[in-house]
Structure formats: C-alpha cells, structure tokens
Design a protein around this ligand. Sequence first.
Ligand SMILES: CSCCC(=O)C(=O)COP(=O)(O)O
Ligand code: MG
Length: 228
Amino acid sequence: MSNSTVRAIVTDIEGTTTDINFVHKVLFPYAHSKLPDFLRANADIPAVAEQIDAVRSEMGAPDATLEAVIAQLLHWIETDQKITSLKALQGMVWADGYQRGDFKGHLYSDVAPALRQWKDLGKALYVYSSGSVQAQKLLFGYSDAGDLTPLFSGYFDTHIGHKREATAYQRIVAELDLPPAAVLFLSDVIEELDAAKQAGMQTLQLVREGTQPGNTHACVTRFDEIAL
Ligand SMILES: CSCCC(=O)C(=O)COP(=O)(O)O
Ligand SMILES: [Mg+2]
C-alpha cells in the first residue's frame, strides 16, 4: 500500500495515454468516412435519432435535413470540435471498427504497466476525455495492451463539463467523493491542467513527443516516472 496523498488518478487520453496521431490519423478519418452511411442506415434507431436531434439543436436548425446534419458533423470532425453529440456518434461508429479488428486502441508502452501498478497500490483509476464514455471504454477495451477496462472505476466525458472549465473537475471530485487534493489529474494540455488545479486537484503534465512543456505544472515524459 502506498503512503502517497494521491487516492485517485484521473487521466486524459489523447496526448497522455495515447498518441495524438492515433486519434487524428486513424480514429477521426475512420469516423469521417463511415459516419454518413452509418447515419443514413440507422437514423431511426432511438439512440442515434437522439444524437441527430442534438446536432440539429447545436446547429440552431431544428428542421435540418439528415444530409445537412451529416455535412455539419463532417465539418466538426475536420475542425476537431469537442461537441457532445458528435462524440457520441463517433463512439458508435468506432465500435464497429474495433469489433471488426480494423484497429486497436493505441496506448504508449509505459501506460498499461503503470495503470496496473497504481491499481495494485490501491489507487482508484478514472478516465476523463472529450471522447464519449463509449469511445473511452472501446479504446481501453480493445487496446494494443489488451482489455484494460477492469482497471478503471469510472469514466467521464463532456456530459460532466468541458475539459478547460474548473467546474467539470469540481463535479468529478464530487462524484469521486474525495477531497480534491487526493485526486491527481494527468494531461498533456496546460489549459486542462489549469482548470483541474483551480478545482484543487493535483496535476502532472505528460510531455509526450511533440508536446510543449509548460512551467506551471510538474512534468513527466512517461507514466513510469510518476512516483506515488
Ligand atoms: C476516447 S478516444 C477518442 C478521443 C477523442 O475523441 C478526442 O476528442 C480526444 O479528446 P481528449 O479529451 O482525450 O484529448
Ligand atoms: Mg490530451
């Protein structure tokens, strides 16, 4: 058992556990190519219809045709918008890709061993990503290190709030029922770390290849440099 003050760890995905290139060069293009036909085929399924209506609402166009909705979604993918309805629909499309073996969820080689070690030390592990909870479970469930979902106690997406807003982190610590200072947030993005720190959480920046280190949060380049 560890004596560290950290009792729970909340990790970002893109740029933290996972190469940004996997998200931008594999997942986003896959969604871009498959989403139009997925929507045309499944628009009447209630879970899909609900997200299509949410897109219309986000567009401020309640009567938008399905083709207009598709065009909007493709534009949001191209411009990497973190819009909850887009993220939900992407998760549905990626499910097919993972299940068919078109790709596996990329994890840096240091991630799975560290997660297992932290879990063995009694730390509760959570994910917080702009990707939907379904997309998070798929990435860790079909990861290139195997199914890591049993390691996690919970998942948060933009339903809890946006990642650059302190209120999202306040809600997460309330859900965890822990003092904020007992929760460590890991991310590559300074604005996310700033928001988590503002909520009272401990923070660490992951400086993976291509990430610019900041000077307001402690930095590591790999999960195995994190001593708990
Ligand atoms: C959950 S895998 C897909 C990640 C994603 O869609 C995304 O927008 C990345 O967001 P993050 O908050 O992990 O940087
Ligand atoms: Mg990130």
